[in-house]
Design a protein around this ligand. Structure first.
Ligand code: AHG
Ligand code: MN
Ligand code: MN
Length: 339
């Protein structure tokens, strides 16, 4: 043995191998994932330095180009947008950080078939306190003809039409998880070689779980049925499938990632002051709904599957309930009756 582990499959090798099953595939989607992986590595380096911002930032409020030091979510936005713009697979992007979508106007990009929507840094309130944050992305096939600039309709498609979706969690290790209709696979960044390596092949969300994740601070602003369900979670014991544990990080990426692996339910319901909830359909809810459904779980807004919502605008919000199939069925049996 020369120490080289042949069992290690990198993200690039994995997507290229997948192409063998589809002789008609152009490799554009693999290219897009590679671009996302590249940008993620750049963001990862900066996220890891986040604690230094005070000492570096103070000395350096203006960088060498005379620009203000960028906030991490703007930096991440720039990296993902730049990587996709310079690749060959993406005709335009929508980002939580930008008011409008961006149509790439160079010849190569305009001839690409995909558009990508992303939340460049999710959980940004956690950056300052060294808690895991993430990136979320969603890929659609454009509906406008190739060779022309993309239009709003390319982006505001039902989640059901996603071709792929994924997330990166910058945690105790950095992971990229992505789903196509063929399955969900997780790759862990090996920092020593700078490659995402397949570590969680064919992820399945456990059918049942014991973790519930919700912001209890909003409890009295949730509707009565949601409160009933939370009470049920709190009253679980050995006789009825419990006890449950409450876990809420406040970074959706980390919360849903944990529940996807361990089994659980994550909720961001509407509140009396914000009936539409907080999470953004196109950048947060759709991609996670796609990933979790492919993994065997369920995602709804309390009325219908997230993936069936017809979006009307890029930045619209939706209540969200997502997780293990059995827990979601119990939730639906409680909250379904009012809808
Ligand atoms: P973002 O940082 O992209 O604005 O998103 C944060 C989101 C989500 O990640 C998390 O689950 C939720 O906000 C937490 O909100 P609350 O603090 O209201 O619970
Ligand atoms: Mn977010
Ligand atoms: Mn964000």
């Amino acid at each position: 043995m020369n120490g080289f582990n042949r069992k290690v499959l990198t993200l690039d090798e994995f997507t290229i191998q997948g192409l063998r099953d589809f002789p008609q595939a152009t490799g554009e989607l693999s290219g897009l994932l590679r671009d996302m992986g590249l940008a993620a590595k750049r963001v990862n380096v900066e996220v890891n330095k986040a604690g230094l911002v005070d000492i570096l930032g103070n000395a350096n409020k203006i960088n060498v180009q005379g620009e203000d030091v960028m906030k991490l979510d703007e930096f991440a936005n720039k990296q993902f947008m730049g990587a996709l713009q310079h690749g060959i697979s993406c005709a335009g992007i929508g980002s939580e950080e930008l008011d409008d979508f961006v149509a790439f106007d160079d010849e190569v990009s305009m001839n690409s078939k995909y558009v990508c929507l992303f939340d460049p840094l999710d959980g940004s309130g956690n950056i300052d306190v060294n808690v895991s944050i993430g990136t979320i992305f969603s890929v659609f096939r454009r509906v406008s003809p190739k060779g022309t600039p993309v239009i709003l309709e390319d982006f505001i498609q039902k989640g059901r039409r996603q071709v792929a979706a994924g997330y990166i969690v910058y945690g105790s290790s950095t992971m990229l998880v992505y789903a196509t209709r063929r399955g969900v696979n997780g790759f862990t960044l090996d920092p020593s070689i700078g490659e995402f390596c397949l570590s969680h092949p064919q992820l399945q969300c456990p059918d049942d779980g014991r973790i519930y994740s919700v912001n209890h601070g909003h409890f009295f602003r949730y509707d009565e049925k949601v409160r009933d369900y939370i009470n049920i979670c709190q009253n679980k014991n050995a006789a009825n499938g419990g006890p449950y544990t409450q876990r809420y990080i406040g970074s959706m990426v980390s919360d849903v990632h944990r529940n996807l692996i361990k089994g659980g339910i994550f909720m961001y319901p509407g509140t009396s002051d914000r009936p539409g909830g907080k999470l953004r359909l196109m950048y947060e809810s759709n991609p996670f709904a796609f990933i979790v459904e492919v993994a065997g779980g369920i995602a709804t807004d309390g009325v219908q599957p997230i993936l069936d919502i017809q979006p009307t605008e890029l930045h619209q919000r939706t209540p969200m309930f997502i997780g293990s199939r059995k827990m979601m069925e119990e939730l639906e049996s409680i909250i379904g009756s009012t809808k």
